[in-house]
Design a protein around this ligand. Structure first.
Ligand code: FCB
Length: 475
């Protein structure tokens, strides 16, 4: 982001952190393909992730989401677990091919019934449902017709949004259109490490635009069709990007990553335009003629909240090389520099300061340049190599330390003026971690993938305490 550096905090350190603001929402998050399983049941058809995971060599150990955490059959048990933790909110996603097989035509009642039962179960336990329409599981038939690089996919997404709105609109108070469109567009269509596994940088930029168009069209449909007022939002994985050195060349690397990770989404959604420097940087790939008259007005329909997913900061320097990369047009201009210090099992650095920086930079942008919009941390968490000990307990002190430090960073950012209204831990359950399969465990509840037995980890009990007291423990 191009704003001045955030103010540093004079707020209390985490050891004497008081409570979070009144009304702050405490939740946990999951996504359909990562937990549901039941891949071929009740009329569900394959999504791009079914196809990708069944393609040899794409996902570690050949893992698929066929059974996953078997949440489809254990939904009531899982909601009971959430209630035990005292969660206020539960963020889940709807599987598009479960409710609208093949991505066209009428909804399948059994698919809708599953989500209706989930929502009712949540409400019965006084847990607020927070629904994401798209967490990466595009119906395969829509990919066969061209996928997100094709404009019609945006229209199809809006139609699907309408089906879900009609079925669940009377009881879901917070809706998210897309989760992390950066991953869908650039990991999926440029680097090819996520479904559908294409390595076409120009198509990836078209995908980015059509994801945004789908978002805007869906916002319109939700506003029109939801029978009761509800909040509508979008979740982005914005980059907390830092330069390796103070050189002008490294500053330019930061600018390029900021353009492709942050401003490519924030500017169209909040200002109705694409960044000029992004258009220049990508001029050798595309003339952006896929942006049609009126698209940006649709994309910039107001949203009620912005969701942020944060895991680790990014440090960049000038450099790079050609080849498949999730940075179309920047491949040869940006090099990623390892961040020193402790790391999670994903090999991601543990650096809570990055979350504070990101929230403060965003706060300044929202104050000075973009419409003022409440923020939600819709994902934050860490993978570690957890295992059940002979007593059947799962001790995960590193995860507790990670969560503590990141919640303290959120608290400091709020004290410094960021309007953060809720926090969703990623993730409730160990699950299918995309290209890493079941090798990475992000849950606060351990899942034995042979028996599907759930065991709350120490971090689950720790988080239940945070929720109950509305703040961090004083140690
Ligand atoms: C995010 C995804 C989520 C999960 C976490 C670890 O990018 O939204 O599904 O895989 O990373």
């Amino acid at each position: 982001m191009t704003t001045t550096a955030p103010r540093t905090s004079s707020a209390p350190r985490h050891h004497d952190t008081p409570g979070f603001p009144e009304g702050f929402r405490w939740g946990a998050a999951t996504a359909a393909y990562q937990i549901e399983g039941a891949a071929d049941e009740d009329g569900r058809t394959p999504s791009i992730w079914d196809t990708f995971s069944r393609t040899p060599g794409k996902v570690r150990n050949g893992d698929t989401g066929d059974i996953a955490a078997d949440h489809y059959h254990r939904m009531r048990e899982d909601v009971a677990l959430m209630a035990e933790l005292g969660l206020m909110d539960y963020r889940f996603s709807v599987s598009w091919p479960r409710v609208q097989p093949t991505g066209r035509g009428p909804a399948v009642q059994k698919g809708l019934d599953f989500y209706r039962a989930l929502v009712d179960e949540l409400l019965d336990h006084r847990i607020r449902p927070v629904l994401t329409l798209y967490h990466w599981d595009l119906p395969q038939e829509l990919e066969d017709a061209g996928g997100w690089p094709v404009r019609d996919t945006a229209e199809r997404f809006a139609e699907y949004a309408g089906l879900v709105a009609d079925a669940l609109g009377d009881r879901v108070p917070l809706w998210t259109t897309l989760n992390e469109p950066w991953c869908s567009a650039f990991l999926g269509y440029a680097q090819g490490v996520h479904a559908p596994g294409r390595t076409e940088p120009e198509a990836a930029l078209r995908a980015a635009h059509h994801l945004l168009l789908g978002h805007g069209l869906a916002v319109g449909v939700l506003r029109e069709r939801l029978p009761v007022p509800a909040q509508v939002s979008l979740t982005l994985n914005l980059a907390a990007v830092r330069p390796h050195t103070g050189s002008a060349a490294d500053a330019d690397a930061v600018r390029r990553v900021d353009a492709l990770a942050n401003r490519i989404w924030l500017d169209p959604v909040f200002r109705g335009s694409y960044p000029e420097d992004l258009r220049r940087d990508t001029a050798a790939l595309t003339d952006w003629s896929f942006v049609e008259d009126g698209d940006l007005a649709v994309i910039s329909r107001p949203v009620d909240a912005l969701g942020l997913n944060y895991y680790a900061p990014t440090v960049v320097a000038a450099g790079g090389h050609a080849g498949p990369s999730p940075w179309p047009g920047a491949e040869e201009h940006v090099r990623f520099v390892p961040v020193p210090g402790p790391r999670t099992a994903m090999d991601w650095p543990v650096d809570a300061g990055g979350l504070h920086e990101l929230l403060l930079r965003l706060r300044l942008r929202l104050r000075d340049e973009l419409p003022d919009t409440p923020l939600l941390i819709t994902e934050n968490g860490a993978a570690y190599d957890d295992y059940a000990d002979p007593e059947g307990e799962v001790h995960d002190p590193e995860r507790i330390a990670y969560l503590h430090a990141h919640l303290a960073a959120v608290h400091r950012a709020i004290a410094d003026g960021a309007d953060v209204q809720g926090y969703f831990l990623w993730s409730l359950l160990d699950n299918f971690e995309w290209a890493y399969g079941y090798s990475k465990r992000f849950g606060v509840v351990h899942v034995d993938f042979a028996s599907r037995r759930r065991t709350p980890k120490d971090s689950a009990r720790w988080y239940a305490g945070v929720v109950a007291r509305g703040g961090l423990p004083s140690k």
